[in-house]
Design a protein around this ligand. Structure first.
Ligand SMILES: C[S@@+](CC[C@H](N)C(=O)[O-])C[C@H]1O[C@@H](n2cnc3c(N)ncnc32)[C@H](O)[C@@H]1O
Length: 318
């Protein structure tokens, strides 16, 4: 196998090329569109090109959406197995994304692209049932961006990574994504970050010229990690925000509250009141009514969801 230093140079070169040139080719341009920056997709294509021993390795991503990243990699490397996990739980108001992915796969004849239509956690916990004996050489995380999902993706993939694995974490502009990357890196020192890129804001909050520039680049930011068993590379950590620590305490306060599930809507209503607008009280009441049975069975606060837990229990080992 190639030495680690030569491999890291190849990875850095692939990042540099993706940064300058974006996609490797426009093979899929007439069919594909989606929510990843062109440099990000171009990097995934180039990283898949670095993989030797292709029969025993694969590309894996969380977050297929309409197939841009998965199919862009698959059509660039037809002999290489590419897997994408998505349960189509968000960004799919008309329930059409699964059909779009299937149709695009057919049009591009991407027979090496395999969809795992499942929640990411279930899929990763049963990963050998999907990828067989293969190890994952390139792992792209672009699914749910809450702190826990980001961290779990990194933790659950660990046993399945190849010796020369590269992980691309998308949407690193979100501060809870950077926090999960950092928490993983400091607790798993055999991984190193080799590249990070950010934009001035979420694409939804950017002016058009800036958004177009980001669409050609790394869109909503990336962190790129490699496995560095020999400890060759320097430690490099993404910046985290002191504010995040306070907000994770807020999570605890929200999770135990009777109306925990309504927190985002309740916050919107609070914002409207603070800003002198009319809150959507009817919407909030309707949501409370829809979950009435669960809400009424709870205390106003300090709900522990501990019914049915064992009073005490020892290991079965004797
Ligand atoms: C930003 S999109 C992915 C964009 C895609 N990589 C592309 O290139 O266009 C995020 C996707 O993650 C999926 N997702 C969110 N939560 C998930 C979960 N718990 N399990 C599996 N997929 C999930 C969503 O359904 C959505 O399609």
């Amino acid at each position: 196998m190639m030495g680690s230093q030569a491999f890291f140079r190849q990875v850095l070169q692939a990042i540099g090329e993706a940064d300058c040139d974006g996609l490797m080719s426009d093979k899929g341009a007439a069919v594909l569109g989606g929510l990843s920056g062109r440099a990000t997709v171009g990097l995934l294509q180039r990283l898949a090109g670095l993989v030797g021993n292709r029969d025993s390795l694969c590309y894996l991503e969380i977050g297929v959406f309409q197939g841009l990243s998965l199919l862009s990699v698959a059509i660039e490397h037809p002999g290489f197995a590419c897997f994408g996990i998505d349960n189509f739980s968000i960004l799919d108001p008309k329930g059409e994304n699964l059909g779009i992915v299937r149709e695009r796969t057919r049009r591009l004849n991407a027979t090496n692209a395999h969809l795992i239509n499942q929640d990411y956690e279930a899929a990763l916990e049963g990963l050998p049932g999907h990828i067989g004996e293969r190890k994952v050489a390139v792992f792209f995380i672009d699914g749910a961006h809450d702190y826990r999902s980001q961290l779990m993706a990194l933790l659950l993939i660990r046993p399945y990574l190849s010796e020369r694995a590269v992980i691309v974490v998308d949407d690193a502009n979100y501060f809870d994504v950077r926090q999960s990357t950092r928490d993983f890196l400091i607790s798993h020192p055999e991984f190193k970050m080799v590249f990070e890129a950010y934009s001035p804001g979420h694409p939804a909050n950017l002016d058009q010229p800036t958004r177009e520039r980001q669409e050609a680049g790394w869109l909503n930011g990336v962190n790129v990690l490699v496995l560095d068993h020999e400890n060759v590379l320097p430690v490099m950590l993404p910046r985290v925000e002191p504010l995040a620590r306070d907000l994770y305490v807020n999570e605890w306060l929200v999770h135990r509250h009777r109306y925990a599930e309504l927190a985002p809507q309740a916050l919107d209503a609070a914002a409207a009141m603070v800003e002198g607008r009319e809150p959507d009280a009817a919407g909030l009441r309707a949501a409370a009514e829809a979950g009435k049975d669960a809400f009424q069975a709870r205390h106003p606060d300090r709900n522990l969801h501990c019914d049915g837990l064992p009073d005490r229990r020892f290991t079965a080992w004797k």
